[in-house]
Write a protein that binds this ligand. Structure first.
Ligand code: ZN
Length: 342
């Protein structure tokens, strides 16, 4: 990456109302069959164009072709029964009706590879593709087959690695694994969570990232954050292990979060996608607010390793708010670039 402070988003962006009901997670599609497939591609193109219009440097598909960042990947696997649903507590926080693992899991065919190839055909910019991480996958399921979170995580890591290798071959520059579960299950992260993540990136030559956040701006998450006290020190539990791992980039939440900025020091040497946009709030940041967050982060990460980003995905936000936030991210990064004399 030649440009300093290249901007990107954590992943998801709002979908158009003709594709799915807006401002909602797990929103059902409004079309079916060939019409739906066409509409998803159209939405991906629009999402790319909005990122480009806002001046985002590392672009994504805006997750327009998936209903949810975890379940859509799982839906494409064998061994998971989507009709057999159980209610489980996700990330120790909220109940959701989830599918059941009923047999050995496998990936009969690629999940996102055609979509990634399509995005690649639409732009010469660097592209980033998000996949769920193994631990977050097992936390969004009921398992009646393996009966071991760790064992199932290793199985998923193998399947994710197959998908990641094909995404790399399709021309993806950065493959990101979303692991919000890393902010909750610290013992498991250190026992086997990071190890399964490293299994998922085994053999990749493209860059790899892990995204660890405090979640979308939904009520269950904002209620949870209220219980975390005046300082959110969750990253302290997992960053030393991540610093020693082979992951290239860590994507984290900063702006408006009570995360002490100096925790970034714990991953010194890694590239850091610094969340400078709050996704839990409809107010659009000013460029100066974004710049202030980036300047604070620069105390703990070298300028050539700082990647301005959003705190999390923006799928549940109104489209105009998301557009405003993308533009603010770009403008704020540009202020700091000029200060650095880039
Ligand atoms: Zn997130």
């Amino acid at each position: 990456m030649k440009k300093r402070l290249p901007t990107s988003t954590a992943g998801s962006l709002p979908k158009p109302a003709w594709l799915a009901e807006p401002e909602k997670l797990w929103s059902p599609w409004k079309l079916q069959g060939a019409e739906l497939e066409d509409a998803k591609r159209d939405a991906l193109r629009l999402s790319l164009q909005e990122q480009q219009h806002a001046g985002i440097d590392i672009v994504s598909d805006g997750e327009q072709t998936r209903q949810h960042f975890v379940t859509t990947f799982i839906e494409h696997l064998d061994g998971v029964d989507f009709a057999k649903r159980e209610t489980v507590r996700i990330r120790n926080r909220y109940d959701a009706s989830v599918p059941t693992v009923v047999g050995a899991v496998s990936r009969p065919k690629p999940v996102f590879v055609d979509d990634a190839r399509f995005l690649r055909s639409q732009t010469d910019q660097p592209i980033k593709w998000a996949l769920p991480g193994p631990m977050t996958m097992i936390d969004t399921l009921y398992d009646s087959h393996y009966k071991s979170r760790e064992k199932l995580a290793w199985e998923f890591a193998t399947l994710l690695n197959q998908e990641a290798r094909e995404l790399e071959a399709a021309g993806v520059d950065i493959i990101q694994f979303d692991e919000p579960a890393f902010n909750v299950f610290f013992d498991e992260v250190n026992d086997w969570g990071v190890a399964t993540l490293e299994r998922a990136i085994e053999g990749l030559k493209c860059e790899t990232a892990v995204h660890i956040c405090y979640g979308y701006g939904i009520k269950a998450n904002t209620d949870w954050k209220k219980t975390l006290g005046s300082e959110w020190r969750q990253y302290e539990e997992t960053f030393p292990r991540l610093q020693a791992s082979s992951i290239d980039i860590v994507s984290l939440e900063c702006h408006n979060a009570r995360v002490p900025m100096d925790l970034i020091e714990l991953i010194r040497g890694k590239k850091v996608m610094v969340g400078a946009i709050d996704v839990a709030n409809h107010g659009v940041e000013s460029a100066e607010e974004v710049a202030a967050t980036l300047r604070r982060a620069l105390q703990f990460v070298e300028a050539d390793k700082l990647y301005p980003c959003t705190n999390c995905g923006m799928a549940p936000l109104p489209r105009d708010v998301a557009r405003g936030k993308l533009a603010a991210l770009s403008a704020g990064a540009e202020i700091v670039r000029r200060e650095l004399g880039a």
